[in-house]
Write a protein that binds this ligand. Structure first.
Ligand SMILES: [Fe+2]
Ligand SMILES: [Fe+2]
Length: 302
């Protein structure tokens, strides 16, 4: 049978991916209001995140801490990471909405992008409720980061925007895969992580596809500029994950804790192994240029 589509309205590779993602979203998506047991009491013996993911795990200071302090610290750390997640999801929603402005609504790309925005909106509410349940107020990124984020969400487009999105999603994904399985982790964190892991895996596929399509055939200068923007975005995201206020909240000396966390070889190793997949993809896209590589190394992502 002869196709009635012209070349311009034939379904592209990206649309094919988006159509599959829409099917998957229809089959398995969660309503956190129903899925999470919001009334369950918090077991005082359970951690906020697997101790291995704490920024102090493996340090001298960690060994000196009481078990109560460790539990309290990991709860503040997980709330800080969730707060940073909300901050980034707000940036992401605005970028995706801006990117889809006045595009063809019959495209599956358009429909999946809006599905993703709806997911992120539910995620942010879920993380906000989880922090409230743990009795911890939100941690905000540093002032300069908030302003850089404001610029990024207003100006970033194409592979730079989706690159920033992918970095945030990948880094969180690896941690949350451990949190959702952690037997010594609060069920509240395990369930919210499971929901996030399932729904974010589609977002990451979408971001990768968008990046591949939009970088194809672009000049070396454009690729270098995008590589730098994505690496700077990674730096802002990763450096704001755990707010230094978490240490005082656990009754620790902030200055000493920040210093030990910064030099924590165990945490550097966790960051490096969890970034392997992301770095391989960015490398394939030609987005690990020399200046970008220097930034990733300082972040211990390479
Ligand atoms: Fe999300
Ligand atoms: Fe996402």
């Amino acid at each position: 049978m002869t196709s009635t589509f012209t070349t311009s309205n034939a379904i592209s590779g990206a649309e094919d991916v988006s159509a599959r993602l829409l099917d998957s979203a229809a089959q398995l998506s969660y309503d956190p209001a129903q899925e999470v047991d919001w009334n369950e009491d918090l077991d005082p013996n359970l951690y906020g995140l697997n101790p291995q993911w704490s920024t102090l795990y493996g340090t001298k200071l960690w060994n000196e801490m009481t078990e109560e302090q460790r539990i309290l610290l990991t709860r503040h750390e997980v709330c800080s990471i969730m707060s940073t997640g909300i901050w980034f999801e707000m940036i992401l929603q605005q970028m995706v909405l801006r990117d889809q402005y006045c595009k063809d609504s019959s495209d599956s790309d358009f429909q999946f992008a809006l599905t993703e925005i709806a997911d992120e909106c539910r995620h942010s509410i879920m993380f906000a409720r989880a922090c409230t349940k743990m009795g911890i107020r939100s941690y905000l990124p540093r002032r300069t980061s908030r302003e850089l984020g404001r610029g990024f969400k207003a100006l970033a487009t194409a592979e730079a925007a989706y690159g920033g999105i992918l970095v945030a999603e990948e880094v969180l994904d690896v941690m949350q895969r451990d949190w959702m399985r952690g037997e010594n982790v609060l069920p509240l964190v395990r369930t919210t992580s499971k929901i996030h892991v399932v729904e974010e895996s589609r977002h990451m596929t979408f971001a990768r596809q968008q990046m591949r399509e939009r970088i194809q055939g672009k000049s070396a200068a454009r690729r270098k500029a995008s590589a730098l923007v994505v690496a700077i975005a990674a730096r802002i995201i990763v450096s704001n994950m755990v707010n230094k206020g978490v240490y005082a909240a656990a009754g620790l000396d902030t200055e000493r804790a920040v210093k030990e966390a910064k030099n924590n070889a165990h945490h550097h190793m966790m960051m490096r192994t969890s970034s392997e997949h992301l770095m391989a993809f960015l490398h394939d896209c030609g987005l690990v240029t020399k200046p970008a590589e220097a930034i990733y190394r300082r972040l211990h992502m390479l």
